[in-house]
Ligand binder design. Structure first.
Ligand code: SF4
Ligand code: SF4
Length: 353
């Protein structure tokens, strides 16, 4: 893949379809797709990542229910099979072609957070994640205005710079496209009109947050027992531990490793990893049955501290990218942005006096 000076085009609906067909010849192309009637309540749709071959396949007007995390870190992944004393890797899910992934700026930052967890967080990178990540190229979907519950501007994730093309979908089914990689340029139909397009980035949040200063927050935890503050109590009553906030989050990266063997054929087995989440029952249960966070408010506290404090202490950037999906998906209308602002109120009040 060679980089060229960027060029942009105004594609009609038919030309966008031609470009997607051309890119599909050499790449896998995935984007948010609306799946009718498969949402969490009867009659609701779900928007999730899937292969696309035409402009109409892409749901760009609304935020996706699930983030692109599913592409890199599948909810239920077979790591290997055990056949006698041999380890056999699954043969079906090892695509080699590059993957062009349509996603928004916050989700590109979300992949950066996953990179830190799976590639930079130990003596060796996670090979399963690394293999998928090596294929990835981004097609940035322009977000010029904030969607409901979003706070990417507050988190500094509203602008993304690392992408192979950017796109503004137009109401008529066409698109303005900025192409940065020469091989993608070859997919633009010769009939496409030149344009002067570069993406806009949202500058104002729907749900702005004030992320507390890291040192002040650390002091509050250390000296004033923020962990035992009454602010966490309402979450104990409201949260139902469904885990939707974890599973829709682009940066939640916890998993359980499950081994299964066959009773009637003991030489066969399989190791899988499946998503787990800090809100879900038994997440912190240890051998012997002791569970360190049975209270739901303490789980909210743990998630909050990880998203806006601990991760930053370790990696220098906040884990939360402000996509607002946790708020979108919570059946109890628990707002994470409100929670962050409550923590900020406590820290700022203490700092003032
Ligand atoms: S914690 Fe919520 S707002 Fe932050 S990245 Fe996860 S889902 Fe998005
Ligand atoms: S989505 Fe809401 S109710 Fe479900 S675990 Fe998360 S905070 Fe609790």
């Amino acid at each position: 893949m060679t980089k060229k000076p960027r060029v942009s085009f105004n594609l009609s609906p038919g030309e966008l379809d031609q470009a997607l067909a051309a890119w599909n010849r050499d790449l896998d192309v995935m984007a948010p797709r609306r799946i009718k009637g498969r949402g969490r309540m009867a009659g609701q749709d779900v928007i999730r990542y899937a292969p696309v071959v035409a402009g109409n396949d892409i749901e760009w007007r609304q935020k996706s229910t699930f983030s692109p995390k599913v592409v890199l870190f599948p909810p239920n992944e077979t790591l290997f099979h055990l056949v006698g004393d041999r380890i056999v890797e699954p043969s079906g899910d090892r695509p080699e072609r590059p993957l062009l992934l349509f996603c928004r700026a916050c989700d590109i930052h979300g992949v950066d957070r996953l990179d830190r967890v799976f590639l930079d967080n130990g003596p060796a990178p996670d090979p399963f994640y690394q293999r998928r990540r090596a294929r990835l190229r981004f097609a940035l979907i322009e977000c010029a205005t904030s969607m409901e519950n979003c706070f990417c501007v507050s988190m500094g994730t509203n602008v993304a710079k690392d992408y192979s093309l950017s796109i503004r979908f137009l109401p008529d089914g066409g698109a303005l496209v900025e192409v940065r990689d020469a091989d993608l340029l070859a997919g633009i139909p010769g009939t496409a009109a030149a344009a002067d397009f570069s993406p806009l980035f949202v500058q104002e949040d729907d749900s702005p947050v004030r992320v507390p200063d890291s040192d002040a927050l650390a002091r509050e935890i250390r000296e004033n027992d923020l962990f035992d503050h009454p602010m966490w109590e309402p979450y104990s009553k409201r949260c139902i531990a469904c885990g939707r906030c974890n599973f829709s989050c682009p940066t939640c990266s916890c998993f359980s490793t499950l081994d299964a063997t066959s009773e009637d054929t003991p030489e066969l087995g399989v190791r899988r990893r499946v998503w787990a989440g800090c809100h879900v029952d038994r997440f912190t249960e240890m051998a012997g049955g002791h569970d360190v966070r049975t209270d739901y408010g303490s789980r909210m506290r743990f998630k909050t501290m990880h998203k806006i404090h601990d991760f930053q202490q370790r990696f220098g950037t906040h884990m939360c990218v402000g996509c607002g999906r946790c708020d979108d998906q919570c059946p109890e209308y628990i707002s994470f942005s409100t929670c962050i602002n409550r923590v900020a109120d406590i820290v700022e009040r203490k700092a003032e006096g």
